[in-house]
Design a protein around this ligand. Structure first.
Ligand SMILES: [Zn+2]
Ligand SMILES: [Zn+2]
Length: 264
């Protein structure tokens, strides 16, 4: 038995993992555990990739999935969904306590489903994310303003709480509508590449443009592929901060952001 789980009562974001993309996932140079969001007494795991459950349970993080109110997948790719079933079982204490919600795009449930049939009865409910969706979860509202540009059905997320709005632009190519849809106090961007390489992932120039347009109080870059890791993401984040005049951080595994300290 490890130490008892921490109780997150404050408004806090934990970067369970800061890695993304196939090569980082395969090498585990950065963990691929996604995010843990605690706001207004509500706790949500987002994109639990391979290793999410182990990292949540680690001595360093001590996050208890049995306290989760929801698990959300922005899309079905492995680096976002590899531990989805393990986390659903953990949220429901091995399927013995019917509780919590799961939200994912339709294709995560349909052909080649990443949410297994047999775990779907464990939570209180499962929901399908759609463009323009609004989903009340505990004390906050999840919004999915837009479908993103990615090979499988993918959504960006906004978590609207009583004090803060946290926006996540998940894996996508750049398109102008992103510049209006993801306004928030905190903006998290999945930046897989340093230089633009394709039309389905953000690179540093896209992140710079989005941060300059959306002007959050704080932007955090995460979900780093190998070209980002080689280029030292914290140096790239500093450069984007100087160019935009917005505070920008590069996530690292286990980074905790206390919103009451960092956003006020
Ligand atoms: Zn990804
Ligand atoms: Zn993807």
């Amino acid at each position: 038995m490890g130490p008892p789980a921490r109780v997150l009562t404050s408004n806090e974001i934990v970067f369970v993992g800061s890695g993304g993309g196939r090569m980082t996932t395969a090498s585990q140079l950065r963990a691929t555990g996604g995010l843990w969001i605690a706001m207004d007494g509500t706790q949500i795991a987002v994109d639990p990739g391979p290793g999410a459950l182990v990292h949540c349970r680690s001595r360093k993080l001590r996050l208890d999935p049995a306290a989760l109110d929801a698990i959300i997948l922005t899309h079905k790719h492995l680096d976002h969904a590899g531990d989805a079933n393990a986390m659903i079982e953990a949220m429901t204490t091995g399927g013995t306590k019917k509780r919590g919600f799961v939200y994912a795009p339709r294709d995560a449930y349909e052909d080649d489903p990443v949410i297994l049939q047999y775990v779907r009865d464990y939570p209180e409910g499962t929901g399908i994310l759609e463009p323009g969706g609004r989903y009340p979860i505990g004390g906050i509202t999840l919004e999915t303003p837009l479908r993103l540009r990615h090979p499988v059905e993918t959504y960006g997320l906004r978590f609207v709480g009583s004090r803060y709005t946290v926006s996540l632009i998940a894996c996508t190519g750049y398109f102008p509508e992103l510049e209006e849809a993801f306004v928030g106090d905190l903006l998290i961007l999945n930046v897989v590449y340093r230089e633009p390489r394709d039309t389905i992932h953000l690179a540093i120039p896209d992140a710079r443009r989005l941060i300059a347009a959306l002007r959050p109080k704080l932007a955090v870059l995460t979900h780093f592929g190998m070209t980002m890791l080689r280029a030292k993401p914290w140096e790239l984040a500093d450069a984007v901060a100087q160019e935009t005049g917005v505070r920008v951080l590069a996530a690292r595994d286990g980074l905790r952001l206390a919103l009451d300290e960092i956003l006020t």
